[in-house]
Design a protein around this ligand. Sequence first.
Ligand code: UD1
Ligand code: CA
Length: 487
Amino acid sequence: MTTELTVIVLAAGGGTRMKSKTMKVLHPIAGRTMIGHVLAAARATGPERIVAVVGHQREQVEAHILSREPNAVLAVQEEQLGTGHAVRMAVEAAERMSGTVLVAYGDTPLLTGASLRWFVAEHEASQGAVSILSGIVDDPFGYGRVLRNDEGDVEAIVEEKDASEAQREVREINSGILAFDAEFLLGALPRIGNDNAKGEYYLTDAIAIARQDGLTVGAYPIDDVMQTEGVNDRAQLAKMGAELNRRIVEGWMQSGVTVMDPATTWIDADVVLAQDVTILPGVQLLGATKIGEDAVIGPDSTLKDCEIGAGARVVRTHGELAVIGAEANVGPFSFLRPGTELGAGGKIGGFVETKNATIGDGAKVPHLSYVGDAEIGEGTNIGAGTIFANYDGVQKHRTKIGKHAKTASNNTFVAPVEVGDGAGTGAGTVVRRDVPPGALAVSSGPQRNIEGWAQSKRAGTAQAEAAAAAADERDVSHERTELGNPG
Ligand code: UD1
Ligand code: CA
């Protein structure tokens, strides 16, 4: 039989050292908020309930927590009177608790579900009243120290400010993550006082209380102490962000992704990569981006919430909410805006911007174009420098181009307009009316040359001189031709 588990996440503190209008635990790391990482780790323990203790800027924090964990119980701690008081608020908010209660903090973004599962298993196997997830560190400054007796049994946790010289030498620290037998916790909380250096209700006093009652207490050092490290300022935010990214990139390399330059590759926690993906230097894969097998991304590309098909090639591209088909080609210098869908084997080429555009299998928009609010059929080729004029100044309209159409360079499609299957256009055409299937649309009138224009209207300029010289040259060669001169 498995023991019922409750996870309490403490997130009421202000985080003033972030110097931010955004609450500390809502700052993002690897595409999730800090508390988002902790909630994911909590979820991975398969708990009966998750209770989050909120206080500072609680409207913001509560809404975010519920967006990630709709069933979370929210406990409000109006004043931050200490971790013991915070857990008391959690116990009061959750109507009942039995089995095991795990306490964690909302600002430890590297924490994994696997570590929490291991710790809970150790705690439950010990049948103790309290277990401490501890760590052995070189610089224990600021942490609560784990005090053991001569037999090595845990006696208490003493906080930095309350510790003696000798106690401060102890290098085994309290990570802050504690596991309790629920029944013991409920009885111990009211017995915790605030007669200490900070005048706070220390949750850590529960350890000495358990010992007074003759109950078992254990401390389990975690090898990977960084997992329990909190973020208090922006320098730590960057340090932990880089470390989490290093771990994520390393993990993908272990599962068969080639990363040419891990130092310039950023991959968010929720990104999914298939085997044999290759990532070239300077790539950011963000949000819920998914990359298919054998695709090559980069160099220098940012893809957020994009889906890239197997074998596709994406070079120097900025994309958001775009879907790229298998074996398709994108870039260099392409801007894929939301709603871009490129079919298998298609192409979005250099200096092309797309938005709300469905481009069919094998269809190509190779050069210097804007494709907005459009549907382009399979096998169609759009000429260089084409603009899909989707906006009439008031409303957006759609353009539909059929299959296997060939439109020429420098066209403007004035939406709403439709071009039929197999149709074509001439260079420079402004397409304002529908083009039937198979028709060729041309809109510019016949070309008219006004002879000698430069010489008469730009007299005295280099342009006029060049024109005059070319005209003389032409006259001479005409005379030669007329005389039948072969040279
Ligand atoms: C706490 C531990 C210490 C441990 C350290 C690890 C206690 C008394 N001390 O110290 O042993 O080594 O964490 O980082 O538990 N919080 C609330 N409400 C409160 C107080 C705190 O929600 O009233 C939250 C904070 O937002 C924070 C966490 O609890 O996420 C820890 O609080 P903090 O004040 O930073 O505790 P420390 O002094 O670091
Ligand atoms: Ca802290």
